[in-house]
Each structure stands twice: as structure tokens, then as C-alpha cells.
Design a protein around this ligand. Structure first.
Ligand code: FMN
Length: 387
């Protein structure tokens, strides 16, 4: 392994230009659902939650999975971008993120059969009659095949050709709204057992028409959505695609399938494949890939090398040296963090200092000046004590 600290210029802090936009460094805030949206729209919560990551020095700040249509949300609190009035609400946040030097990014998604439930801390319990009595009735999700996520869940509607056309239109409109709202990066959420992965995986796709069957058939919706999004998303802005490199239980959708998909995505103008895993049997069943530090980095490395496309690594990356080594060893181009940033939104500052950089300059002037001054004073008093 290379010694990351011996590099004169840490790659983690090298800017990265993707089409017409430049991230100030390779640190990405991974998408994180908050479950506090109101009919899909963001609030002050999102301004503060995302704003602190931008103030803390991240290069790209993703908001959470944002549904392209109302019924594509998982819960009543999930984010969406399906109403015109959502646009100015997101724009306000995006302008703040940009003012702090970060690129605002949106992850567009559709939960498919994983719709109509309570948040994760209830185990994604399907909405029931008690919820309906409290004004939150359940609703029917959409899916490639009418297979519910559990016995308690509503059987999803099996999509027909008209539903697929309407779905593509929803993605197109959501993409146009995302551009209008000032997002600089767009990601298609093709992972974690949501609609796109439900089509990809033979566990959930039992169709016999052109959208099922062999791998090419199961990939068709993912590729049509990608083409639709790329056509609606400005040419000078990058498009990411998040994959579950392997299914939750492994073996049905494998890394070879992901490499094949990634080649097709590249041909359709995707710039970065964001390599996650699991989820097809429910988020609480995702533990097939052993949760060791950097557990999904091998997927990012394989996709990068075999599909010849930039990748984003994610999953238990918590140390600067670890992140730097992934980049130095050519395993990925971007490093995404989720939970570590919840713990420390200023993690990029710490990482920069761990790699021998100043770091404080990533912070707003009104923080960094005071912190630099405190360090000077501290150094002076240590010197004085040593005299
Ligand atoms: C609170 C929370 C919400 C999440 N929401 C999403 C999401 O909306 N979309 C997504 O693709 N992944 C989501 N994830 C997964 C993360 O983006 C990330 O892939 C995962 O947590 C592994 O990275 P980590 O070890 O740095 O936390 C979420 C994770 C957390 C902790």
C-alpha cells in the first residue's frame, strides 16, 4: 500500500472537473434521507443539515433520495421534486451551498414497491389502518412484478407500457426541475432495492415482456431512464448513477452484471458510477457484504477498471489516509461519506490536516481566522514556555 501521507499534494484535495463543473475536492456528502420533508418539499431543516456540510468543506453535497413523483416516496416525510413550488425551495438551499464553495447535488429516485411505509427506525413498517386513521393512508407502489416487500405490505401494481411511459415522463420533468433549481450534479438512484433495481434484479423482476427476462431486458428501464435524464439534464453538468453492485442476498445480480450495466451507462453519457450494494430484500437485510472498512471499495475498483468509467467509493470510509489511499491506488475518483459526516460535518478539515494541509481555509473566513489565530497564540505560548 502506498503511504498516502508521503504524497506532496493529497489527491483527496485535488479539484475534479466533471464536464463544466469543478468540485473543490474529492469529498462527497453521500445521499441521506431525513424523513422531514413536507409533501416532498425541503425546509429549514435541509438548509441547516446540508449547509453545515458545505461550510465544513465538502466538494459535492448530495441531498437525499428525491422522488420524481409523489407515489414514488417511501414515507410521507421523503423528499420529492414533483411540484413546481419545490423548485424555489431547493434553489434557496442550493444557492447557499454554492456560496460556501460546494456543488449542490440531487439524487433522483423512485421507491417502486418500497412505497407506503414508516421511517427506518420503525423497521420501514408498512402503513396500516392506524396510520390511515391518523390521516396517513397507505398507497399502492409500482413494480416490475406484483411482489410485495412483506406480507403486511400492499401488493404493488405491475407496471404496463403506459405506466413505463408515464414513469419516463416523471423522470424527465424531475430532471428539468432539478436543473431549474440550480443543482450542479444529478444522480439516478439505481440501487438499494428501489424501482430501478427492482427491474434489474431477477429476484423482483419476473416479467416476460421486453422489460424482463434476460439481463438486457431487465436493464432496459434503467437505460431508458438514464437516456431520458441525460437528454433533459444540461450537457455541461455531470450525471452520476448509483448502483447496488450486488443484490442484498448476493448471487442474483452480481458484479459482472454491474460492469455490463456500467458500460451501457457510460455509452449513454453517465460520468460517474457510484458503487453501493444490497437492498433488494429490504434495507434491514442488506448485510451480505461484510461491513469492514471500505467494504464497497472493491466494487468501485472493478467498475472503474473493467468499464473504464469514473467511480465513487462509499461505505465505512472514515479516515483521511484510507480515503487518500483509495484515490492514490486508482480504485475510485471520488470518496463519499455518510455517517461519519453526521458525526463531524467538518470532517474535510480534519482530513486535510491529517494529510498535512492547512485545512482551516476550507472553513468560512469568520471561523478560520479565529482558529488560525488561536493556533498562533498557542504556538507562541509553547515557544515561550520552552525558552
Ligand atoms: C441517515 C441515512 C440516510 C441514507 N439515505 C440514503 C439515500 O437517500 N440514498 C442513498 O442512496 N443512500 C442513502 N444512505 C446510504 C448512504 O448514502 C451510504 O451509502 C451508506 O450510509 C454507507 O456510507 P457510510 O458508511 O459513510 O455511512 C443513507 C444512509 C444514512 C446513514
Amino acid at each position: 500500500m502506498t503511504d498516502p501521507t508521503s504524497s506532496p499534494a493529497p489527491m483527496l484535495f485535488e479539484p475534479l472537473t466533471l464536464r463544466g463543473v469543478t468540485a473543490r475536492n474529492r469529498i462527497v456528502v453521500s445521499p441521506m434521507c431525513q424523513y422531514v420533508s413536507v409533501d416532498g418539499g425541503p425546509s429549514d431543516w435541509h438548509l441547516v443539515h446540508l449547509g453545515k456540510f458545505a461550510m465544513g468543506g465538502a466538494g459535492i453535497v448530495f441531498g437525499e433520495e428525491t422522488s420524481v413523483e409523489r407515489r414514488g416516496r417511501k414515507t410521507y416525510g421523503c423528499a420529492g421534486i414533483y411540484e413546481p413550488h419545490h423548485v424555489p425551495a431547493y434553489r434557496r438551499i442550493n444557492e447557499f451551498l454554492l456560496s460556501q464553495g460546494a456543488l449542490p447535488a440531487i439524487q433522483l429516485g423512485h421507491s417502486g414497491r418500497k412505497a407506503s411505509c414508516q421511517p427506518p427506525w420503525t423497521g420501514f413498517r408498512p402503513l396500516n389502518e392506524e396510520d390511515a386513521a391518523r390521516g396517513q393512508p397507505g398507497w399502492q407502489g409500482l413494480a416490475p412484478s406484483p411482489i410485495p416487500t412483506s406480507e403486511a405490505a400492499i401488493v404493488p401494481h405491475e407496471m404496463d407500457r403506459d405506466d413505463i411511459q408515464a414513469m419516463l415522463e416523471a423522470w424527465r420533468e424531475a430532471t428539468l426541475r432539478s436543473a431549474e433549481a440550480g443543482f450542479e450534479v444529478c444522480e439516478v438512484h439505481g440501487a438499494h432495492g428501489y424501482l430501478i433495481q427492482q427491474f434489474l434484479s431477477p429476484i423482483t423482476n419476473k416479467r416476460t415482456d421486453g422489460y424482463g427476462g434476460d439481463r438486457a431486458g431487465r436493464m432496459r428501464l434503467a437505460l431508458e431512464i438514464t437516456e431520458t435524464v441525460r437528454a433533459a439534464w444540461p450537457d455541461d453538468k455531470p450525471l452520476f448513477f448509483r448502483v447496488s453492485a450486488v443484490d442484498g442476498k448476493g448471487g442474483h445480480w452480481d458484479i459482472e452484471d454491474t460492469v455490463a450495466l456500467s458500460k451501457e451507462l457510460k455509452a449513454r453519457g453517465v460520468d460517474v458510477v457510484d458503487c453501493s450494494s444490497g437492498g433488494i430484500n429490504g434495507p434491514l437485510n442488506m448485510a451480505i457484504v461484510k461491513r469492514v472498512p471500505g467494504y464497497q471499495v472493491p466494487f468501485a475498483e472493478t467498475v472503474k477498471k473493467e468499464a473504464g468509467i469514473m467511480t465513487q467509493a462509499v461505505g465505512l470510509i472514515t479516515e483521511a489516509a484510507q480515503a487518500e489511499a483509495i484515490l492514490q491506488e486508482g480504485k475510485a475518483d471520488l470518496i463519499a461519506l455518510a455517517r461519519e459526516l453526521l458525526l463531524d460535518p467538518n470532517w474535510p478539515v480534519k482530513a486535510a490536516r491529517d494529510l498535512g494541509l492547512d485545512g482551516l481555509s476550507l472553513l468560512p473566513d469568520s471561523y478560520s481566522w479565529w482558529l488560525a489565530r488561536r493556533e498562533q497564540i498557542r504556538a507562541m505560548s509553547i515557544n515561550r514556555a520552552a525558552e
